[in-house]
Design a protein around this ligand. Structure first.
Ligand code: NOJ
Length: 554
């Protein structure tokens, strides 16, 4: 029985702290060089102790692994390298016992070209139901207004299939044909896949690449009403049969377009805030709060049962799709000086190297991520400051083995090092000898222990996940300040984005005689008086305060 009393709260995702994991990268229990479900299960205590409350697993299904598992060839099974179905069930049971929710991937835009649906379709008669599982054309000149996402590798969204003697549509790699949602059987097949995993106890599903489900000539083929109709149907089915489950949209779009993925509270429960992410990096690089305040002002209100997912890094390149061309050039020149660090419209680096291993910046960024409206999503390894390897291909450089100890293979696996699915990071600064869980667990001042404390503080205050957002606009633009209000309680967050100490005067006249109590150490600060409230901040630092009303007002 899960220990957490809020376990059955249908809005559990609002108070969650999500941790993103690749099964293959976490821990190898059978010494074959690849992480697996028994390995992950054996590390659940570590994750519970870190304080996270939900685990998002990257695809673990049978796959040719040409897109690291997002190219699925069987939706209802486990890739044998990662384990078996009984091991998956054990994992879910053990995670739930520790109060950890499980979020898996529902990849519905495309399959692998090795999926039996595609193999059947390419051989099936023109116009037949089997053929129509995918989007075919005899010309590659249709839908020309559609952007190419993997622009470094793909030249067109069409690929020629010599067996079908036709072109098929693909928004990602050419070995990932897009499913055709105009065929009712495709929708039914996908709904069955969703039910299959929900029946196994999965609590939430990340909807991969969800803006691209339907194609219509003369449009950009993104965010179409028909796509939203499909998502609403999936949601209705989820609500009809299950309790306290969640859909999380991966829609790398502008806030006003992402807004539609929440519907009227009847589509996705959550969606990633893609435009906010690069702007946090931009604000720190330019020592100016404007990128953050501007994008949050542009972010529409969302229905009461919905929630943003806030993240800094993930398994993909740091996407710069949702910034202007000049902003992208600025971010590239600041954070990706070596051309090898660039991929498509993004930067393929991990958080700690991006922050030049500067502990102050890492703390600042976590302080922002954990206090912006929404649910934070952490990427495995970032809690210990893991590095990356830009010499590996595609996005593999940010998907290297978790670093547990200074032992062989960083304690990830006892296999021969040559057998590992990817080499661990081994350089002098970020290598597993210097950066690992064992060492950081023993050091009270480590990033890992600092983060545990921050997570513990955040978990005590539902206002972080559920509160409103109100910016203060002090004259000093290097300081980002905002209020989070929830059920009568007020949290004040103040961050110095500059590389030098700053003073700031805040207008807190709405809170006369309140005492700001710093939340990590519970120290009271001077009472709020008639004058603007003066704070001084170290370079790259932040404060979280609870504004305590004067005793006589209580
Ligand atoms: C989005 C995933 O995050 C990414 O890793 C993948 O390559 C694409 N979808 C295509 O499946």
């Amino acid at each position: 029985m899960p220990p957490n009393p809020d376990w059955y709260d249908p809005l559990w995702y609002k108070d969650a702290i999500i941790y993103q994991i690749h099964v293959k990268a976490f821990f190898d229990a059978n010494d074959d060089g690849v992480g697996d479900f028994p390995g992950l299960t054996s590390k659940l205590d570590y994750l519970r102790d870190l304080g996270v409350t939900a685990l998002w697993l990257l695809p673990f299904y049978p796959s040719p692994l040409r897109d690291d598992g997002y190219d699925i060839s069987d939706y209802r099974n486990i890739n044998p390298t990662y384990g078996t179905m009984p091991e998956f069930r054990t994992f879910v049971r053990e995670a739930h016992r520790r109060g950890l929710k499980i979020i898996t991937e529902l990849v519905i835009n495309h399959t692998s070209d090795q999926h039996p649906w595609f193999q059947r379709a390419r051989r099936a008669r023109l116009g037949s139901r089997l053929r129509d599982f995918y989007v075919w054309s005899d010309t590659d000149q249709k839908f020309l207004g559609t952007p190419i996402i993997f622009m470094d590798t793909e030249k067109s969204n069409w690929a020629w299939d010599p067996v079908a003697k036709a072109y098929y549509w693909h928004r990602f790699y050419s070995h990932q044909p897009d499913l055709n949602f105009d065929t009712p059987r495709v929708y039914r097949a996908i709904e069955n896949v969703m039910r299959f995993w929900l029946d196994l106890g999965v609590d939430g599903m990340r909807l991969d690449a969800v803006p691209y489900l339907v194609e219509r000539e003369g449009t950009s083929n993104e965010n179409l009403p028909e796509t939203h109709a499909i998502l609403k149907r999936l949601r209705a089915e989820m609500d009809r049969r299950y309790q306290a489950r969640m859909l999380l949209a991966e829609a790398n779009q502008w806030p006003e377009d992402v807004r539609h993925y929440f519907g009227e509270g009847d589509e996705c429960h959550m969606a990633f805030h893609f435009p906010l992410m690069p702007r946090i990096f931009m604000a720190v690089a330019s020592e100016d709060r404007h990128p953050i305040t501007a994008i949050m002002r542009r972010t529409p209100e969302i229905p009461a049962n919905c929630q943003w997912a806030v993240f800094l890094r993930n398994h993909d390149e740091l996407t710069l799709a949702m910034v202007t061309d000049s902003e992208r050039d600025y971010l590239w020149s600041y954070y990706a000086t070596d051309p090898r660090m660039r991929l498509n419209l993004g930067i393929r680096r991990r958080l700690t190297p991006l922050m030049e291993n500067d502990r102050r910046r890492l703390e600042l960024l976590h302080g922002i991520m954990f206090s912006m409206p929404g649910t934070p999503v952490m990427y495995y390894g970032d809690e210990i400051g893991m590095g990356d390897n830009v010499f590996l291909g595609d996005r593999d450089g940010v998907r290297t083995p978790m670093q547990w100890s200074p032992d062989r293979n960083g304690g990830f696996s006892r296999a021969d090092p040559a057998r590992l699915y990817l080499p661990p990071v081994m350089d002098a600064v970020y290598g597993f000898q210097a950066v690992n869980v064992e060492a950081q667990s023993r050091s009270p001042s480590s990033l890992l222990n600092w983060l545990k404390q921050l997570i513990a503080v955040r978990r005590q205050h539902p206002g972080f996940g559920r509160g409103t957002l109100e910016f203060l606009y002090p004259e000093n633009r290097r300081v980002l300040a905002y209020l989070r209000r929830h059920e009568g309680r007020v949290i004040l967050c103040v961050a110095n984005l500059a590389r030098s100490p700053q003073a700031v005067e805040l207008d807190l006249s709405a809170f006369p005689d309140h005492i700001p109590v710093e939340m990590t150490g519970r120290s009271p600060f001077p009472r709020i008086g008639a004058a603007p409230y003066l704070l001084t901040l170290q370079a790259l630092s932040f404060f979280w305060f609870l504004l305590e009303p004067p005793p006589d007002a209580v």
